[in-house]
Write a protein that binds this ligand. Structure first.
Ligand SMILES: Cc1cc2nc3c(=O)[nH]c(=O)nc-3n(C[C@H](O)[C@H](O)[C@H](O)COP(=O)(O)OP(=O)(O)OC[C@H]3O[C@@H](n4cnc5c(N)ncnc54)[C@H](O)[C@@H]3O)c2cc1C
Length: 317
């Protein structure tokens, strides 16, 4: 990565004059950062600007930097449910990862964590302390912020149900504390998927250590199930489509019945194991993944009259 102060992002794109704000962002602001390095699909061109933020001040300054230059900006967590275009992102990507990834247990079985915390690391740490309230998230490779924004989970349980409150920036840049209802959790959705929202810190209700509650899951069994049913070794972004409302079959079942398993375009293919996963076999482009998505959606609609909705966040410029 190169430091922004040293290089122009793109010839003639717009004035690259980098003033005081950039000095305050220091070396955390970078130009022409390859997004493929930050996504589980390993796809995406370069972001004009990229910040790996480690403080609230850096997050706010990054947003101001984008606003002052009328740049698009967006938040990226672990990049495990997102597809960037081959052309990259024309604007600023604010990455909230392990640099913004602290957490602490509090009284009453509450966990307070920064949004960049990795779910995997957090679950391992909690397990060592006998806290099992989030075990159903085992094997989901995102950040806490991404999981809250997506309301990640399994069919029987989602992270939203464990959220007590969220500290977030709203689209006007105000720092707010939202209670559970204010987060407007839905199926793989929340208020925070709307443009301009940033999840900063999340308080989760876990219960006391050792306490097993209804809805707690056996992590080892869940992980074994995932390994048997999902192509965890390849580069994917998890499920591409949301499941339609029951009693409709799952998206994976519909895609499989439509004969789409193992379909391939260039270096991208629909998994032969789980038809709702698209894999980058190493040399895929984002365009090929999007072509597969379009074909799959059309075929399922023609055969079953079901309109599949994307779970994957597909970014466009
Ligand atoms: C192998 C595999 C298995 C998976 N299994 C599951 C599963 O069982 N269940 C499930 O729900 N998901 C699953 N996923 C998808 C993914 O891991 C989850 O959706 C995860 O919660 C995304 O988190 P992330 O940090 O990677 O988000 P990203 O991919 O970085 O971002 C996803 C969206 O959230 C937004 N976002 C990220 N962080 C923030 C923030 N701090 N504030 C505001 N918005 C933010 C982004 O702008 C983007 O719109 C799987 C993925 C893979 C690769």
């Amino acid at each position: 990565m190169r430091a922004a102060q040293l290089s122009k992002p793109r010839a003639n794109a717009w004035s690259p004059s980098l003033g005081g704000l950039d000095k305050s962002l220091g070396t955390v602001l970078h130009c022409l950062e390859p997004l493929s390095a930050h996504t589980s699909l390993r796809l995406g061109g370069e972001a004009d600007y990229f910040v790996n933020a480690s403080s609230l001040q850096q997050i706010s300054q990054s947003i101001s930097f984008a606003r002052q230059r009328t740049l698009n900006w967006m938040v990226l967590g672990n990049g495990t449910n997102i597809l960037f275009p081959d052309e990259g992102y024309r604007g600023l990507v604010i990455h909230l990862g392990r640099n913004w990834g602290g957490w602490q247990l509090e009284a009453g079985g509450r966990l307070r964590c920064h949004s960049g915390a990795s779910l995997g690391g957090l679950l391992g740490w909690l397990g060592q302390r006998g806290q099992h309230g989030l075990d159903f998230l085992v094997g989901i490779p995102g950040s806490v912020g991404g999981a809250v924004a997506m309301n990640a989970g399994i069919p029987q349980a989602t992270i939203g149900a464990r959220v007590e409150s969220v500290r977030a920036l709203d689209p006007q840049g105000r720092l707010l504390k939202l209670d559970h209802d204010g987060c407007r959790f839905g199926y793989r959705s929340s208020l925070f998927r709307r443009p301009g929202w940033v999840v900063l810190e999340v308080t989760l209700r876990l219960g006391e250590p050792g306490e097993r509650r209804q809805g707690d899951w056996d992590a080892a069994r869940l992980l074994a199930r995932r390994r048997a049913r999902q192509p965890l070794r390849g580069h994917s972004a998890g499920c591409v489509f949301k499941n339609p409302t029951p009693p409709q079959p799952s998206a994976g079942a519909l895609l499989e019945r439509a004969g789409l398993k193992a379909m391939r375009i260039g270096g991208a293919s629909i998994s032969a194991l789980h038809a709702n996963f698209i894999l980058n076999r190493g040399e895929a482009s984002s365009r090929e993944v999007r072509q597969l998505i379009d074909i799959a959606r059309d075929k399922v609609y023609k055969e079953f009259e079901v309109e599949l909705q994307l779970e994957l966040a597909v970014v466009s410029n």
